[in-house]
Structures are given as structure tokens and as C-alpha cells.
Design a protein around this ligand. Structure first.
Ligand code: UDP
Ligand code: MG
Length: 156
């Protein structure tokens, strides 16, 4: 099982798309184990986007991400990191495939609605940055046996 950090960016919140985007994850069968509305402090945004420091879009990205509230999600499932990235689509809204979140809801290359961790290492770091340990809720999902085939004792 993996848990990945998803951010519904300020454009998603301002455009009233939180519910529709969250629905994509729920419909897919991923389980939400953390969720909050928050305005990202500058220092947190700097840590989160440290790998992009110095790139031409970095300053604008920090301004955008701290400009207005976001919804931060922790989402769990087998292979959740890659599944979430596929649901999100390509980075640029102008290029993202129809059927993906970025492909369906946006045209901008900067305001692209959603962030998702891109590796297990990034997920661990980003989850720790946005959620205190007690804020993640491990809850038994009663439909688990219909989301996955559990007959072999693992999630297939
Ligand atoms: N970004 C941008 N201009 C670019 C590349 C990226 O504004 O030319 C922003 C965009 O919001 C993107 C974020 O920087 O989501 C992080 O970029 P990354 O390449 O990590 O894309 P992602 O992992 O979000 O698909
Ligand atoms: Mg990235």
C-alpha cells in the first residue's frame, strides 16, 4: 500500500472544482486518509518545491501556491502514487489528455489544478510536510473487498 500527497491548488479551490476532482479519486477506488483546507505558508511552499528552486517558473509557482487556500489530501491504495499521477495527467493543461483531471478542467500550463507526489521518497517527505502524524486517519473501509479481490489474502 502507498499513500501519496495530493494538493488541490488555489485555482481548483477558487474555481469550485474541489468536489469534482475529489470524486475522481473516490470513484477510482483510492481511499482518502487525510484532508484539510489550508493556505500554504511561504516557508512550506519553499520546502515543498525545493527541487524546482532556481527554475524560471519557481517564483511564480510559489506566489501562485501561497496566494489562496488549497485542499491537501493524503490518498491511499496499492500503487497510489502512479495511479494518482495518471489520473492527474501531463503537467501542462494545454497538453494533458482528455479524461485526466488536468486534461478535462484546465488549459493553463502554470495553473494546472493539482499536485501529486512523483515517487515514494517525495510522498514521504511531502506527507510529513503537510500532515502532522495524528492528522492521518487509518480507517477500515467497509467496501474494501469490492474495491480489491482480497481472496488470496492480499489486495489484487
Ligand atoms: N510549472 C510551471 N511552468 C513550467 C513547469 C511547471 O508553472 O514550465 C508549475 C506547474 O504548476 C507544475 C509545477 O510547476 O505543476 C511543478 O512542476 P513539475 O514539473 O514538477 O510538474 P508536476 O509534477 O506538477 O506535473
Ligand atoms: Mg513534480
Amino acid at each position: 500500500m502507498e499513500t501519496t500527497l495530493i494538493i488541490l491548488k488555489p485555482d481548483a479551490v477558487q474555481r469550485g472544482l474541489v468536489g469534482r476532482i475529489l470524486t475522481r479519486f473516490e470513484e477510482k477506488g483510492l481511499q482518502v486518509v487525510g484532508m484539510k483546507l489550508t493556505q500554504i505558508p511561504r516557508a512550506t511552499a519553499e520546502k515543498h518545491y525545493a527541487p524546482h528552486a532556481g527554475k524560471p517558473f519557481y517564483d511564480g509557482l510559489l506566489r501562485f501556491m501561497t496566494s489562496s487556500p488549497v485542499v491537501v489530501l493524503a490518498v491511499q491504495g496499492v500503487g497510489a502514487i502512479a495511479i494518482a499521477r495518471n489520473l492527474m495527467g501531463a503537467t501542462f493543461g494545454s497538453k494533458a489528455a482528455p479524461g485526466t483531471i488536468r486534461g478535462d478542467f484546465g488549459v493553463s500550463n502554470a495553473f494546472n489544478l493539482i499536485h501529486g507526489s512523483d515517487s515514494p521518497e517525495a510522498a514521504a517527505k511531502e506527507l510529513a510536510l503537510f500532515f502532522a502524524p495524528g492528522e492521518l486517519v487509518e480507517w477500515p473501509r467497509l467496501i474494501e473487498g469490492w474495491v480489491y479481490d482480497l481472496s488470496s489474502g492480499t489486495r489484487e
